[in-house]
Write a protein that binds this ligand. Structure first.
Ligand code: ATP
Length: 484
């Protein structure tokens, strides 16, 4: 127990014994001013040398005007130097993206390094507990490199010896707020080094309008929206199974419909069949004509349709055995995508035990053996708990849209996904701001990617149906509702 004592050295004097007259006075050695000046000058020189060493091009460019002024006087220097900034402005105005790539983002990175990261580094590290203050010295993780993209800063750091990645993933909140960003995502760059991504703005803040139907038939990854870095979000459906989890109104429909839309030309070419299970009688019934007689709503019909899919799967497996190990879609053996909206209606909430077991067994069979023979399952559900969906781990690719609770994120995307920045429970419940936004964790990568699906409105679905099947038996009119 330390006790502060009054007096002129109060800050430095302590005693371990309460109410005692014994006082330890630290010896104060006055450093001569000249030594302090030499140390400061040395630090200044070392800093200058380090800057020249690290940024030779920037230093050369910055010193050209000064050198020209000394050699030829300021008028000539001004005349010689002016074309450079004028040229840069012209470049920026005429080709913004190449200017940003070569000059703009580099300048921004330098500015953000000085103004944001270096300025706040020490305080954020110490207060968040990632740095240590021991015996008067700060031990801080090293800030290595900053790069800027159109939407985020990527900061490479070297961890302190003995630190674990979890030490950082546990503190993403501290880091995000400390550096003035809405979030922070941590990925491993290499042993001992991490990459922290701090978004500066949200490129997914506004809804993405429906994407055009592809010109060519494709079963390859289907473009269904945009990734956070601005690149298209292409969802693989052939050769995998996809689980889409999200609370009510999270936008599961936009993922299902964007996928169907992207596959339409292949459906028309006979390379893909979409089998729809719509136990809620809401989402898929609206585009029923696209599925022909591969559409089921009543639980018994759904069970029958799933059994049919299993039969197709087994028949193909028997035929392919020993001949081919992967499936190539053909008109004879098209890729079958079984789309299930609200799968829990058929499993957890199904009162008929026998039917429930039949459906669960068929789904488990398809998800364990279907992908090699060209049968894929895309299932949507609201509640990802194991009691509701005990086969969720059989889906290699998972998408977490807005979820109600933070624990649900790891249930959908797997352990540690939320720590790695998949904040699906923070997605806005306001449809314009949050519907269709989610995090994807692909089989091949542990790092969740933030995405937004394009919004396929009722009018778009109607247009798809009318364009695909002008003579279909379920004509769509402007008055049709989704629950038709
Ligand atoms: N990608 C999107 N972009 C913008 N808004 C969207 C998007 N997807 C859906 N919305 C909006 O959110 C609303 C709810 O979407 P949707 O019905 O697809 O959610 P859901 O997850 O299927 O909900 P539920 O489980 O209750 O059926 C839509 O009516 C629409 O207004």
């Amino acid at each position: 127990m330390f006790k502060r004592l009054p007096g002129d050295e109060a800050r430095n004097l302590v005693t371990t014994t309460p109410d005692t007259a014994v006082v330890f006075r630290p010896a104060v050695v006055t450093t001569p001013a000249i030594i302090t000046i030499v140390i400061l000058a040395w630090r200044l020189l070392a800093g200058l040398a380090r800057t020249i060493w690290r940024h030779p091009i920037a230093i050369t460019i910055a010193s050209i005007p000064a050198v020209l002024t000394v050699m030829y006087g300021w008028r000539t220097a001004l005349l010689l130097v002016t074309p450079a900034p004028v040229g840069l402005v012209a470049w920026a105005l005429s080709d913004r993206s190449s200017f940003a790539r070569w000059i703009g983002y580099r300048l921004l990175a330098w500015w953000r390094l000085i103004w944001v990261y270096r300025r706040h580094w020490q305080s954020v590290m110490v207060i968040s507990g990632l740095g240590r203050h021991l015996r008067g010295r700060d031990y801080l993780p090293r800030l290595d490199k900053i790069t800027c993209t159109s939407w985020a800063d990527t900061v490479t750091v070297r961890m302190l010896d003995g630190q674990a990645v979890k030490d950082w993933t546990d503190r993403t909140d501290h880091l995000a707020h400390g550096f003035g960003s809405p979030s922070c995502r941590v990925t491993i760059a290499k042993a001992g080094r991490l990459t922290l991504a701090f978004p500066r703005r949200d490129p997914l803040a506004t809804p993405i309008p429906v994407l055009p139907i592809p010109q060519q038939p494709t079963v390859g990854p289907v473009e269904i929206g945009k990734q956070e870095d601005g690149r298209p979000w292409r969802l693989k459906v052939h050769g995998t199974h996809v689980l889409v989890a999200g609370a009510t109104g999270a936008g599961k429909g936009s993922i299902i419909w964007s996928t169907i839309r992207g596959l339409l030309p292949a459906v028309r070419a006979g390379l893909v069949e979409i089998w729809a299970l719509d136990p809620k009688l809401m989402e898929l019934s609206y585009g029923r004509a696209l599925f022909g007689d591969r559409y089921a709503a009543a639980p018994e019909e759904c069970a029958d349709l799933l059994d049919q899919a299993v039969t197709v799967m087994q028949e193909r497996a028997a035929r392919f055995a020993g001949l081919q190990r992967s499936h190539t879609p053909t008109v004879e053996d098209p890729f079958v995508l079984v789309v299930v909206d609200e799968v829990a209606f058929l499993t957890a909430y199904q009162a008929d035990r026998q039917l429930k077991q039949r459906i669960s067994a068929a789904l488990a069979t398809l998800t364990t053996q279907g992908r090699a023979v060209g049968i894929g399952v895309m299932a949507a559900l609201q509640d990802p708990r194991k009691e509701v969906m005990n086969i969720r781990n059989l889906f290699p690719d998972k998408i977490a849209l807005r979820l109600d609770e933070s624990e649900q994120v790891d249930m959908v995307l797997g352990d540690g996904a939320r720590d790695r920045g998949a904040l699906a429970d923070h997605i806005s419940p306001v449809p314009e701001r949050g519907a269709g936004i989610g995090y994807v964790r692909l089989e091949t990568s542990p790092d969740p990617v933030r995405v937004r699906a394009a919004y396929v409105s009722d009018t778009d679905i109607r247009a798809m149906v009318n364009q695909h099947e002008p003579d279909h038996p379920y004509p769509m009119t402007a008055d049709d509702g989704r629950a038709a």
